[in-house]
Each structure stands twice: as structure tokens, then as C-alpha cells.
Design a protein around this ligand. Structure first.
Ligand code: DC
Length: 222
């Protein structure tokens, strides 16, 4: 199987770019953040604090997460309920970023991610795909952009969806998530030594997609 790992901070454009490139080359796109978000959502629903490690561990055996692909679109199922929309709130983002620092949560999701990759050609995006989940991926990309540009993109996305948004709040939330994701002890966000680094600060989405498509063509001949 061929594996492409795309890691990077929130708002770098990973999911949109990975989804488009995957469709172009006929690979399955796996958004691993959605798996962590499903755990974050379970914890919020159970009214368990994301930093209460014991309570989180107690809850894990009751959580069953699976992925379904409909016309190439990933759906996340939490105990058979489709939670693909419910996991996209700011509240879930913050709880998820905290809970994803717990080693048992990471172990819990590791085998599911590896199983999907064992059975499919994938573009998998996340924070630790190139470093931990798929260390033998044939191509690793680390995608980043300046904090301000990532916040602007997220702000615009929320406005476009008709959601309430405040730029300063979005920026603060991105900064907090970056700090949590980069400073945790297990599987912190960092580029793999052999990752191709791409900075999309000055690129439009279309330019980023064709740039990544070019790297895939050049490195893998696809
Ligand atoms: O990619 P995202 O914003 O949907 O991810 C949500 C959170 O999940 C993010 O703050 C960190 C965590 N995460 C992780 O720790 N490892 C991954 N492979 C993917 C996401």
C-alpha cells in the first residue's frame, strides 16, 4: 500500500488540500483529527473533564469509533451514531486538544489508524502521522502557515458558514491549541526528520493544492 502522511497545526489547510489531492490520485483520505474529536465529544457528553485522566480512561471502553467512506467522503461514527457534524464545534476542538495528550487515548486510536492504512492507499492527515502512526510512509509532508493567516482562514470559514465569530478569539484559540499540541509529552506536533516542509502562508488554497499535487507527482510518480 502507498501511504502519504500530512501533518501540521490547526488551520494550515491540511484537510481541504489532502481531500482534494486524494480524490485526484484515487486514494482514501483519512482525517485522524476526527477520531480524536469523537473522543472529545464523548467526554463532553459524559461530562468528564478532559484533564481527568482516570475518568477519561474509565470511559474509553464504552467508546466505539469507526469510519465509513461514502463516495470518498469520510463519516465518523461514535457508537454507530454519525457525529461528523457534531464534532466540529469550538468546544469540541478545545476538549479534543486536551484529551489527545493522554497516552491511553492515543494508544486507543493508534490501531484503528494503522488498520485503515494496512488495507488502503491513503493520504492521512493529523499531528503525528509521519512521526508515530505511519513512520514508513512513502511521502511525508509537514504543512504550516503563520498563526495570523491560519486564524484569518478559520475566521472566514466560520463567517461563511453563518457562525458567530470574533477574529481575536479565533486567534487566541489557535494559539492555545498550537501550544497544547506542540508541548505535550506523547506524540507532539513536530515535523518528521524526512518530511517535506511546505509553508502555505502566501498561497491560495488552489495554489496549495497544485503545489502538493506536484510534490506527489515528483516524489511518487502518481
Ligand atoms: O486536525 P483537527 O484540528 O481536527 O484535530 C483536533 C485535535 O486532535 C488537535 O488539537 C490535536 C488532536 N490530534 C492529534 O493529537 N493527533 C492527530 N493525529 C490528529 C489530531
Amino acid at each position: 500500500m502507498i501511504h502519504i502522511a500530512i501533518d501540521g497545526p490547526a488551520g494550515a489547510g491540511k484537510s481541504t488540500i489532502a481531500r482534494k489531492v486524494a480524490a485526484q490520485i484515487g486514494f482514501i483520505y483519512v482525517d485522524t483529527g476526527a477520531l480524536y474529536r469523537a473522543v472529545g465529544l464523548s467526554i463532553l457528553r459524559a461530562e468528564v473533564k478532559p484533564d481527568d485522566v482516570k475518568a477519561v480512561m474509565k470511559l474509553l471502553p464504552q467508546i466505539h469509533i469507526s469510519l465509513r467512506f461514502e463516495d470518498g467522503v469520510q463519516k465518523v461514527l461514535l457508537n454507530e451514531e454519525d457525529v461528523s457534524e457534531a464534532i466540529r464545534t469550538t468546544e469540541v476542538s478545545m476538549a479534543t486538544s486536551k484529551v489527545s495528550g493522554i497516552p491511553q487515548v492515543r494508544d486507543f486510536l493508534l490501531s484503528l489508524q494503522r488498520k485503515i492504512a494496512l488495507e488502503n492507499n491513503v493520504i492521512m492527515d493529523g499531528r503525528d502521522i509521519g512521526t508515530v502512526v505511519l513512520p514508513d510512509a512513502q511521502l511525508k509532508i509537514f504543512l504550516s502557515a503563520s498563526t495570523e493567516v491560519r486564524a484569518q482562514r478559520r475566521y472566514k470559514e466560520m463567517k461563511d458558514k453563518g457562525q458567530q465569530a470574533n477574529y481575536e478569539e479565533v486567534l487566541a484559540s489557535i494559539r492555545q491549541r498550537d501550544a497544547q499540541d506542540m508541548n505535550r509529552k506523547v506524540a507532539p506536533l513536530k515535523p518528521a526528520a524526512d518530511a517535506v516542509r511546505v509553508d502555505t502562508t502566501d498561497m491560495t488554497l488552489e495554489q496549495s493544492i497544485s503545489f502538493l499535487r506536484g510534490i506527489v507527482r515528483e516524489k511518487l510518480g502518481l
